[in-house]
Design a protein around this ligand. Structure first.
Ligand SMILES: N[C@@H](CCC(=O)N[C@@H](CS)C(=O)NCC(=O)O)C(=O)O
Length: 247
């Protein structure tokens, strides 16, 4: 089976899919795209512009949830329980509510340092492509802001609130068993931990960030690490995330 993931390196929705592929030990190839210039290629493949997009023997599946459903169907072990209504509700809460709100805050800080932004997303690209991306980024950044609903201070403050709400949610919900649904790892844990990993920055996430980070970003990330929800994210990553070697 030939499996290809068209991805952004630094994106929780892409991290969700990488995690599921690694967990189920699916051999695959990852194709890194740059935010902005990615649009034409992703649209040609899937009729829309958002990543992740997975192709399985030439067949296209777009969107992290649809991809996880398909992977759970094709590779049932270990199960992510995508058809469990409680799992689906938590996945949807993090995908559609906390995820986009937190992303506005994270991206707004990163877009304050375009050199860092281009290093972060350009990792793994050939040097000439990285240099070109740095040059076009002042123009492309408007697309990134508009595409993510970054429109003034209120949207950024709301992102800060979403971080606290998301961390509190997982800390409270996982208190009894360590997991969000029942007493085993499911797509609910995988999704919540992937979305919150953008601020918790666990050491074994594939959303690796080049160091040094911009001081304002490092300072803000530092301020959330003591939250019990951040401890939960680190524990889930330590127990269940072991990135595999990809082709
Ligand atoms: N609900 C979608 C959200 C995907 C999403 O927002 N992807 C972002 C990266 S974090 C993206 O590719 N944005 C670029 C675009 O939409 O053109 C999913 O779960 O896959």
């Amino acid at each position: 089976m030939s499996v290809e993931l068209f991805q952004f390196r630094y994106s929780p929705y892409n991290e969700k899919v990488r995690w599921a592929l690694d967990l189920k030990q699916v051999t695959h190839r990852r194709i890194d795209l740059l935010p902005g210039p990615h649009m034409r290629q992703v649209r040609r493949l899937s009729g829309q512009t958002a990543t992740p997009v997975l192709t399985i023997d030439g067949r296209t599946v777009a969107g992290s949830s649809a991809i996880l459903h398909e992977l759970d169907r094709l590779h049932p072990v270990p199960p992510l329980k995508m058809t469990d209504p409680e799992v689906a509700a938590i996945e949807s809460l993090f995908d559609s509510d906390f995820g986009p709100r937190i992303r506005r805050k994270v991206l707004s800080i990163l877009l304050g340092d375009l050199g860092y932004f281009s290093r972060l997303f350009g990792e793994g690209q050939p040097p000439a492509k990285r240099a070109m991306y740095r040059i076009v980024l002042p123009l492309a950044q408007g697309l990134v802001r508009r595409g993510n609903g970054i429109c003034g201070p209120a949207s950024i403050e709301d992102g800060e609130r979403a971080v606290q709400e998301g961390l509190t949610y997982v800390a409270e919900r996982a208190r009894a068993t360590g997991y969000l649904v029942g007493d085993t790892f499911t797509a609910a844990d995988l999704t919540a931990a992937s979305i919150l990993a953008t601020v918790v920055n666990p050491p074994n996430s594939t959303m690796a960030r080049p160091e040094p980070m911009p001081p304002s970003f490092a300072e803000w990330l530092g301020s959330v690490q003591a939250h019990p929800g951040a401890a939960w994210v680190r524990t889930i990553y330590a127990r269940h995330r072991s990135p595999q070697t990809v082709d």
